[in-house]
Design a protein around this ligand. Structure first.
Ligand code: HEM
Length: 438
């Protein structure tokens, strides 16, 4: 295979010197409370959060109104690593209850489907989590390693075969379908339903982006549809058990009682949404970063297995696919001298914490060998630490392994089409090219 110099030379992605801090953004423009803020590019966001960390690390912002959703009261934005870490580990003060981990309030009619253990505290949270915990341990994941690799291999092979000119949209061909197929396999969702699941989870987390959905009725309908789908699949597994997580959910007993169908449905939705809308963006941001910083790619590719563990963590730090989670104060408290009242909302900004200058040496350097790398991309530790972290790590490792093996010069050729969202650091479209095999 010859190097794809012609195509790479035409690459339209902005050149960037690794380690360059973002442009300076005045505090007045670091206003998380406006929808316009979330339309700005990554540089502006990064610059704004750098200013907040430095000048106003805990600030109060109103919640932007998104059509159909109540904004509700505003929130205290925790932008520094130490505060995100602290709040994550003190659920008795910073609770995940009562309704939502996002900023906008979910209407009560669909809250039943969009909650589950992520909006509960222990002990109920822990008991629910224990139902599926085992399936996500490294030992059990090792058993599905081959199927993850088969899926990744087939997808990259098909991507190369279906695009003999060596160009395609990376999200459509690999970053989207890989996590989708894996989580659907784990849940026991038949192949013919995968695209429906993909559409539904996109609308649930991508609502507000004009390309995905801005019509609240559609969001409502999708929430009801996925709820009905989950309930029907659960009913099926009650009578015909399978070797999948949906069966684990319907068979589980908590305190001597089975989960209600609402509980099964919301658990199911949490798993497919979380499994689908996160790793996809880590993989896409990873390809983008390796394209921007080719020396990092060369370093990784020169000893793939040795560097993979640190490279994967760095991709998650750099991408921070989940931008924030919300908590609610259970009592009056004080953080960094700021008085927070019982009932106040707080937001834990993972992407900002992951660039905290007081925590990370050279936070603006994408370094595939970064070690230590105690990022909070999967959460700040504590009860809700990402259940799927080990799965996500495997998916990212295997996806890049296949790219390295089959099309090592794959390069982003245009700036990504970014998801307009405060919650998910998403990439909708990422044009890439590679040297087609002879
Ligand atoms: C790179 C990919 C991923 C990232 C960046 C990510 C990030 C996160 C974050 C930040 C949290 C919240 C932690 C907290 O509140 O303390 C979380 C929770 C969660 N994640 Fe992930 N996640 C990823 C992949 C996955 C996958 C593949 C699954 C598979 C189902 C998954 C399932 C979950 C679940 C179920 C929770 C809620 C856990 C609980 O409430 O106890 N995640 N994730």
């Amino acid at each position: 295979m010859k190097a794809n110099t012609a195509t790479v030379g035409m690459a339209g992605i902005a050149p960037r010197k690794n380690g360059t801090p973002p442009p300076d953004v005045p505090l007045a423009d670091a206003d998380l409370g406006t929808l316009e803020f979330w339309d700005q590019d990554d540089d502006h966001r990064d610059g704004a959060f750098a200013t907040l960390r430095r000048e106003a690390p805990i600030s109060f912002f109103p919640t932007p109104e998104i059509s159909g959703f109540q904004g509700g009261a505003g929130h205290w934005a925790l932008t520094r690593f130490d505060d995100v870490h602290h709040a994550s580990r003190h659920p008795e003060i910073f609770s995940s209850r009562p309704t939502s981990t996002a900023l906008n309030e979910v209407p009560p009619e669909i809250a039943e489907f969009l909650g589950s253990m992520i909006t509960l505290d222990d002990p109920r949270h822990l008991r629910l989590r224990s139902i599926v915990n085992r399936a996500f341990t490294p030992k059990v994941l090792a058993r599905i390693e081959d199927s993850v690799r088969d899926r990744a291999r087939s997808l990259v092979t098909a991507m190369v075969a279906n695009h003999p000119d060596g160009q395609c949209d990376f999200v459509t061909e690999l970053a989207g379908p890989l996590p989708l197929q894996i989580i659907c396999d784990m849940m026991g969702i038949p192949e013919e339903d995968h695209q429906r699941i993909f559409h539904w989870t996109n609308v649930i987390l991508g609502f507000g982006d004009p390309d995905i959905a801005t019509d609240f009725d559609e969001f409502f309908r999708v929430s009801m549809d996925i709820g009905a789908y989950a309930t029907a699949l659960a009913e099926d597994r009650r009578s015909t058990p399978g070797d999948d997580l949906t069966t684990s959910l319907v068979q589980a007993e908590l305190d001597g009682e089975r989960l209600t169908s609402g509980e099964v449905a919301s658990f199911f939705i949490l798993l497919v949404v979380a499994g689908n809308e996160t790793t996809r963006n880590a993989i896409s941001h990873g390809v983008l970063s390796l394209s921007r910083y080719p020396d990092q790619r060369n370093d990784w590719w020169s000893s793939y297995d040795e560097v993979a563990p640190t490279a994967v963590e760095e991709i998650v730090r750099w991408a921070s696919p989940v931008v924030y989670m919300r908590r609610t104060a259970t009592r009056d408290t004080e953080l960094r001298g700021v008085k927070i009242a019982a009932g106040d909302k707080l937001t834990l900004w993972y992407g900002s914490a992951n660039r905290d200058e007081s925590r990370f040496a050279d936070p603006w350097t994408f370094d595939v060998r970064r070690h230590p790398n105690t990022h909070v991309g999967f959460g700040g530790g504590g009860a809700h630490f990402c259940l799927g972290a080990n799965l996500a790590r495997r998916e990212i490792t295997v996806a890049f392994e296949e790219l390295h093996r089959q099309i090592p010069d794959i390069t982003a050729t245009e700036e990504p089409d970014r998801l307009q969202s405060a919650f998910i650091h998403g990439i909708k479209r990422l044009p890439v090219s590679w040297t087609p095999p002879n």
